[in-house]
Design a protein around this ligand. Structure first.
Ligand SMILES: O=C1O[C@H]([C@@H](O)CO)C(O)=C1O
Length: 546
């Protein structure tokens, strides 16, 4: 079946958290409409760019794009961005059930609210290995009052201006900023604006079980999500069934999705709080609040209690515990290849290059070329990006991940990793100290075009001789996004079996913008003709294929 969507993307003033700001909307909404499809449906999105002065591209996060790498929606990697006034047609098959996301993948546009969810259901007659009465989806985001222009200018300026902590946390597009905050410009914040005056409501019928699909597309924040007084049983992560485990609060990083089962089994005479809270950074941002409404109580009736405070922001151990608790569900285990053909260790560092603040992988900070790689590789336009391959290792013997380093030899580059088609690749993401003493951050890494097995986590420096012996090669979960904890490492394995060019990057929007990512290429020579709609920029202006 074809699922056809017609979307218009434009800037509009929105007051998601009572503060008026220019948001990017789809058909007037942020989050945009949820794409609902069944396994093996073809999704067609006809996207009109009405941003007037700005390009756009949309990435279908978690959809592997088998056979359609040109519709991955990654500006500079898989397509030329869509110029103002143009309509671009994305067309791809959703080949697996589960919960996925979509969002802008151009500049910092995700920050402005261009995001939404994708829900792929099983074909009729097939069922999930768990039962529930109703299915609901919520998207968690953080929200800044500055525009993408102000943010991106600050990030690429001397002196460096960091985006700072978000002003609000939104639950499915709704939040509440305190309009009595001193220093606000008159007329911008209006606590009685109907767009924000009541929180998001999840209505439940007492006694019923809900599958709640939770996605995070924060720009920066790692979150803890909880529903007062209710346990959650995690059953799905990034489209894969997990061996069920119960949590009081769910840690969720930007780019991840989870399904949890929640039974409405508490006193039905009242409502409860649903809370999102920033973890892994010491943030001043107030918690996001929604109402978990027990029918027939009034949906706007505030719960009689104070919202739960959630875990401490710096409780790394609990976050690692959740990661380790996640295993592929019995009966749904796809064991990884037991050995790999190549191991790439990626040291994540914050650097300065010519005085400019950047993030790097093995001392290389990523710069996108003007001509998308997919076209450049397919048509052998070797001059459009750096041809020296990036390194598979950093100098781990002499690098102290626990101390502040200047990393003066970091450089910017547009080089890419060429992977042998069908080879098995291990990636070890190694975290380190930032340029601030005694500070290391959390980074969610997202891989396009593939799922990977999460085969190991650890604290401190990864030891290539002993740590691989501890890998879980029996029942590891597959995901498309995984976190790397402060001063820790995460190991993942994937098979390079999807012809195309694929970004792999930190999902913190400002970090990718500052170079924290790499690009993999595999099997592009096997691809047929790409659609000409992806050309038009860099060396492909007025282009005829060689
Ligand atoms: O890239 C970043 O810069 C700031 C800080 O390190 C310097 O202001 C921060 O928290 C980041 O994640």
């Amino acid at each position: 079946r074809i699922r056809h969507y017609k979307w218009e993307v434009k800037y509009e003033y929105k007051s998601q958290d009572c503060y008026k700001k220019l948001a990017i909307t789809i058909n007037g909404r942020t989050p945009g409409p949820t794409i609902e499809a069944q396994v093996n449906d073809t999704v067609v999105v006809e996207l009109k760019n009405s941003l007037l002065t700005e390009n756009v591209a949309i990435h279908w996060h978690g959809i592997r794009q088998k056979g359609t790498p040109w519709f991955d929606g990654t500006g500079g990697v898989t397509q030329c961005p869509i110029v103002p006034g143009d309509t671009f047609v994305y067309k791809f098959v959703v080949d697996r059930p589960g919960t996925y996301l979509y969002h802008a993948h151009y500049g910092l546009q995700r920050e402005a609210g261009l995001n939404g969810m994708i829900r792929v259901s099983l074909p009729p007659g097939e069922s999930e290995p768990y039962t529930y009465d109703h299915d609901r989806s919520i998207l968690l985001t953080d929200w800044y009052h500055q525009s993408t222009y102000e943010q991106s200018t600050g990030l690429s300026s001397l002196p460096f201006v960091w985006v700072g902590e978000p002003q609000s946390l939104l639950i499915h597009g709704k939040g509440k900023f305190d309009c009595s905050t001193p220093g606000l410009k008159a007329g911008l914040c209006n606590a009685t604006n109907p767009e924000c005056s009541s929180p998001y409501v999840i209505t439940v019928v007492p006694g019923k079980t809900y599958r709640l699909r939770i996605g995070s597309l924060t720009s920066l924040a790692a979150l803890s999500f909880e529903i007062e007084g209710h346990n959650m049983t995690v059953v799905e992560a990034d489209g894969h069934n997990v061996e069920p485990f119960v949590v009081k609060n769910l840690f969720i990083y930007s780019g991840e999705t989870y399904s949890v089962l929640i039974k409405a089994d508490q006193a039905p005479t009242r409502n409860y709080w649903a809370v999102s809270k920033i973890v892994s950074r010491e943030s001043t941002t107030p918690n996001g609040l929604a109402i978990f409404n027990y029918y027939p109580n009034h949906p706007r009736r505030s719960p009689p209690t104070v919202p739960p405070v959630g875990p401490a922001w710096n409780d790394v151990a609990s976050r690692l515990t959740q990661g380790e608790a996640m295993k592929a569900r019995q009966g749904y285990i796809l064991p990884p290849p037991q050995t790999s053909d190549r191991v790439i260790v990626m040291l994540n560092t914050q650097n300065e290059i010519n005085g400019y603040r950047r993030w790097s992988v093995n001392n290389i900070s990523y710069n996108l070329p003007d001509t998308p790689y997919l076209i450049a590789v397919k048509d052998r336009l070797n001059h459009v990006f750096d041809q020296t391959p990036p390194p598979d290792r950093y100098d781990s013997q002499n690098y102290d991940i626990f101390s502040k380093r200047n990393n003066t030899n970091a450089t910017a580059s547009s080089s890419i990793y060429k992977l042998q088609f069908n080879s098995t690749v291990d990636i070890i993401l190694q975290n380190a100290n930032t340029m601030i003493p005694n500070n290391s951050e959390t980074h969610p890494w997202h891989l396009h075009g593939h799922d990977f097995w999460v085969i190991g986590y650890g604290q401190g420096k990864f030891d290539i001789n002993s740590d691989p012996k501890k890998y879980n090669l029996v029942d590891p979960i597959m995901k498309n996004t995984v976190s790397v904890q402060p001063y820790g490492w995460t190991a993942l394995r994937f098979v390079a079996d999807n012809p195309g060019v694929w970004a792999f990057h930190c999902h913190i929007e400002a970090h990718f913008y500052l170079g924290m990512g790499v690009v993999f290429e595999e099997g592009v020579e096997m691809l047929g003709r790409y659609p000409t709609s992806i050309t038009g920029c860099g060396d492909t202006k007025g282009y005829r294929r060689p």
